[in-house]
Design a protein around this ligand. Structure first.
Ligand SMILES: Cc1ncc(COP(=O)(O)O)c(C=O)c1O
Length: 313
C-alpha cells in the first residue's frame, strides 16, 4: 500500500516507546481502553500510566486466542476510546485470519474506536504463512495505526528503531508529544535501519528458518516430556500450558529453581495468561537441548488430567 512519508509514517525509538507515548497522547484519565489479556505489557501499561481504565478482553484457547468481539458488551464498546491488539501475538504466538481484521475494523467503525495494531512479528512467520497488516483492510487507515520494529526481524533490539504508519491525525498527536520529548533517531542508526530494510528477501528466509528450526526442535523435545504444542505459525515464542493445578508463577519458579531455566509466567501478560508460560526461541538448539535435559533430570513433565468416571452401582 502507499503511504505519505510526511504525514502517515513516524520513526520511533523502538516501538515500545511509541506504543506507550501514543497512550499518553490520546488517553485522558477515566477513558476506557480495550486491551486483550494476555497482551504485551506496553499495551496496558501505557494506557494505565495515562490514567485510562482498562477493559480486559480475556483470550481463550477455544477461540484460538482471538479476541471475541461479540462478547464485548455494547455499553463497553460505546464507551471505549482505543483498542490495542497484536497478531501474530506476543505472548500466545496466535495468528489472526484476514476476516478477523475485517471484523475488528467494522467493530471499530461502528463504535468510533481508534485501532492500534502492533505488527512487530510481521516477518517472523513460517510454513508459508503471511501475517495480515491492519492497513490492508479497506477503511482501516481512517481509524487506525500500525506499529513496526526492527528489533525482531533484524535483531536490532538494542538499537531502538521502530515506526508507526497509518492515520495521519492519530500520528500527528503522537508526533506533537514526541517533539517535546526526543529528537528522533541518531542518523547513523537510521542508515543502518535503511540498510536492514533493503536487505534481500534471502536474509528474511534465513531468519525464518532459524526460528522454525528451534520451534520444531523444542516442540519435539517437549513432546517427550508430555507436552503437545501445536507449531506456532509466527513469532519467536511457544505458549506452553503449565501442568494441571499449577499456577504460572509456581511453575516458572519451580523450573527456575530446579533447572536454572527461565520461562516467563503467562500471568505477567495479564490475568488471561494464567495457566501458561511463554518460552522464547532466542537460544540455539544446543542450548535448548541443555534446557530440555535439565527439565528431564528434574522430572518436570506435563501430565494431563485423565478424567475418570466412577460408576456407582
Ligand atoms: C508485541 C511487541 N510489541 C513491541 C515490542 C517492543 O519492541 P521494540 O524493541 O521495538 O520496542 C515487543 C518486544 O518484545 C513486542 O513483543
Amino acid at each position: 500500500m502507499e503511504l505519505d512519508p510526511d504525514g502517515e509514517a513516524l520513526p520511533l525509538l523502538g516501538s515500545k516507546e511509541g506504543l506507550t507515548h501514543l497512550a499518553i497522547a490520546y488517553i485522558n484519565p477515566g477513558d476506557l481502553v480495550l486491551v486483550p489479556s494476555p497482551a504485551y505489557p506496553a499495551h496496558f501499561r501505557g494506557p494505565l500510566i495515562a490514567g485510562g481504565e482498562i477493559y480486559p478482553l480475556i483470550l481463550k484457547p477455544e477461540n484460538d486466542w482471538l479476541i471475541d468481539l461479540a462478547a464485548i458488551p455494547d455499553a463497553v464498546a460505546k464507551r471505549a476510546k482505543i483498542l490495542y491488539f497484536n497478531y501474530p501475538s506476543n505472548p500466545t504466538a496466535a495468528t489472526a485470519p484476514r476476516e478477523f481484521f475485517q471484523e475488528v475494523v467494522a467493530f471499530a467503525q461502528r463504535h468510533e474506536i481508534l485501532l492500534v495494531h502492533d505488527l512487530c512479528y510481521a516477518e517472523l512467520a513460517f510454513d508459508g504463512y503471511h501475517p495480515t497488516s491492519l492497513l490492508e483492510i479497506p477503511g482501516a487507515k481512517e481509524i487506525g495505526v500500525e506499529f513496526h520494529t526492527l528489533s525482531k526481524t533484524y535483531n536490532m533490539a538494542g538499537w531502538r528503531v521502530g515506526f508507526v504508519v497509518g492515520n495521519r491525525h492519530i500520528i500527528q498527536g503522537l508526533r506533537t508529544l514526541k517533539t517535546n520529548l526526543d529528537y528522533g533517531i541518531f542518523a547513523a542508526l537510521q542508515t543502518a535501519a535503511e540498510t536492514a530494510l533493503n536487505l534481500p528477501d534471502v536474509y528474511l528466509h534465513e531468519v525464518q528458518a532459524r526460528y522454525r528450526t528451534r520451534r520444531d526442535f523444542l516442540i519435539q523435545g517437549l513432546s517427550e516430556l508430555g507436552w503437545t504444542i501445536p507449531p506456532s505459525k509466527a513469532t519467536m515464542y511457544l505458549w506452553v500450558p503449565c501442568p494441571p493445578d499449577t499456577s504460572s508463577t509456581d511453575f516458572a519458579l519451580t523450573v527456575l529453581q530446579q533447572t536454572g531455566v527461565v520461562v516467563t509466567p503467562g500471568n505477567a501478560f495479564g490475568a488471561g495468561g494464567e495457566g501458561y508460560v511463554r518460552i522464547s526461541l532466542i537460544a540455539d538448539c544446543d542450548r535448548l537441548q541443555t534446557a530440555l535435559d535439565r527439565l528431564k533430570q528434574a522430572n518436570i513433565r506435563y501430565q494431563p488430567v485423565i478424567s475418570s468416571r466412577v460408576e456407582s452401582r
